[in-house]
Design a binder for this molecule. Structure first.
Ligand code: URA
Length: 433
């Protein structure tokens, strides 16, 4: 190795600009095993504090893309589109959008990540389905995409391996909430997929990495700019993450909720986000119809979307019978109904803490090697803004042991605000193109 990793770390630590060769060489040597996780973690922390300018970010993103193979989808005729979320709590939108888009005969090759920080990850949710495989070889990913129009993939040792490794290090080293690191992580995967269009769901609020609209807009614009320089058409939708999204938080619980959604049992707030994302995707794909909402509705009411999900689960080695019997899979040892001590309206939530409650239940990681318990989580019986009746259960906790359940209960009770008046929520904040 002809670089001194510690000199590169110190350069960024001292707020100097890294050149292309330094960025490429540092991560090339890391991939070869010559640079340790703790050194990468130190560099990422220096980036967290000192940022990357546009040129450094472009070089870092390209280094991630080139760390593995990229997909060539040119033999598939038609528009190829994807969506990606910047991370939320209870965010199961990808599990719902993918089968809807694929059922409308539009290609959606989706590469996702596992849980990051206090937020959940699509890969962890899918891992709750018995047998379901996301670590696909290139030919498996492409064959499933060609046949089903949709596929759920992951970063692998061949596809954006640098994102796979740095993602896990960021998760365990407090370096997630950085605009350049999030932008490079997301955009590298999406550019490497070989798609034509991308819709980003940029979460804003106390359960998101971007706590306010200003930072969320900067993140959105940063990703749109990276897309432009790689000829990828990108739109970003800013959506509210000041409450958990939908009825459930927890891997298997969220898969069940997504299945029920596609069977017609929709949580209203979740449907506002789903419909907006699908709307933008269909518009980008050039779908000409007066009423995109009714197209989405038809894909669900006709059973096309749920059948598509079933068929993709089967194609990816999973047990498709969970679609017919969602209550039969992933049972937990203990369930407890949680009551609040006063009546009123659910007017505020410390959503970050709900994400932490899931980690304390074993549904997320404390260090990068941890195995997660996918069956644990929280089910809410009240929607944000709605009436809380102290005689009726507010939520149910699903746990594997009593200590974890007690810890999660304490966190949950502290995270809920009750007011005298209902609140209005704006789920979709704005769209940036
Ligand atoms: N999703 C990603 O893929 N990466 C991030 O950094 C955040 C969300």
């Amino acid at each position: 190795m002809n670089i001194l990793p510690v000199e590169i770390i110190k350069k960024k630590r001292n707020s100097f600009k890294l050149n292309k060769t330094e960025i490429e060489d540092f991560f090339k040597e890391f991939l070869k095993g010559n640079i340790k996780d703790y050194q990468v973690s130190a560099l990422l922390m220096a980036v967290y504090f000192n940022g990357l300018d546009a040129e450094e970010l472009a070089n870092y993103t390209t280094t991630i893309i080139k760390s593995g193979k990229t997909f060539d989808l040119s033999n598939l005729k038609g528009y190829k589109i994807d969506k990606h979320s910047t991370g939320g709590v209870g965010d199961k939108v990808s599990l719902i959008v993918l089968p809807i888009i694929a059922s409308l005969d539009i290609y959606i090759p989706m590469v996702s990540g596992r849980g990051l920080g206090h937020t959940g990850g699509t890969l962890d949710k899918l891992s709750s389905i018995p047998g379901f495989k996301t670590q696909l070889k290139e030919y498996e990913f492409l064959n499933i995409l060609a046949k089903e129009k949709g596929v759920f993939g992951a970063q692998t040792k061949d596809f954006v391996p640098l994102d796979k490794l740095t993602y896990a290090i960021r998760d365990a080293s407090g370096t997630v909430e950085s605009i350049p690191l999030i932008a490079a992580s997301i955009m590298s995967k999406k550019i490497a997929e070989g798609i034509n269009g991308l819709v980003l769901d940029v979460k804003v609020g106390n359960g998101a990495f971007m706590k306010d609209e200003k930072r969320a807009s900067i993140l959105a614009e940063t990703m749109i700019d990276i897309g432009k320089s790689h000829n990828l058409n990108v739109r970003a939708v800013l959506t509210d993450m000041n409450f958990p999204l939908g009825r459930t938080v927890g891997n298997a619980l969220e898969v069940k909720e997504a299945i029920e959604y596609l069977q017609g049992n929709k949580h209203i707030e979740l449907s506002k986000v789903v419909n907006k994302i699908v709307f933008e995707m269909l518009e980008m794909a050039g779908v000409k119809t007066q009423n995109i909402d009714s197209l989405i509705e038809e894909s669900i009411s006709s059973g096309k979307a749920i059948n598509k999900l079933k068929s993709i689960i089967k194609a990816q080695g999973g047990d498709p019978s969970i679609v017919d019997k969602p209550n039969n899979f992933s049972q937990v040892a203990i369930k407890k109904d949680i009551f609040l001590n006063k009546d009123g309206f659910w007017c505020g939530c410390d959503t970050y803490s709900i994400g932490i409650a899931l980690i304390s239940l074993g549904g997320g990681r404390k260090k990068k090697e941890d195995n997660i318990i996918t069956s644990t989580g929280i089910e809410f019986f009240t929607s944000p803004g709605q009436i809380i009746n102290k005689k009726e259960p507010f939520a149910r906790i699903y746990a594997e042991n009593i200590e974890a359940l007690n810890a999660a209960e304490q966190i949950l009770l502290k995270s809920v605000n009750i007011c005298k008046r209902p609140i209005e929520r704006k789920l979709v904040i704005k769209t940036i193109k």
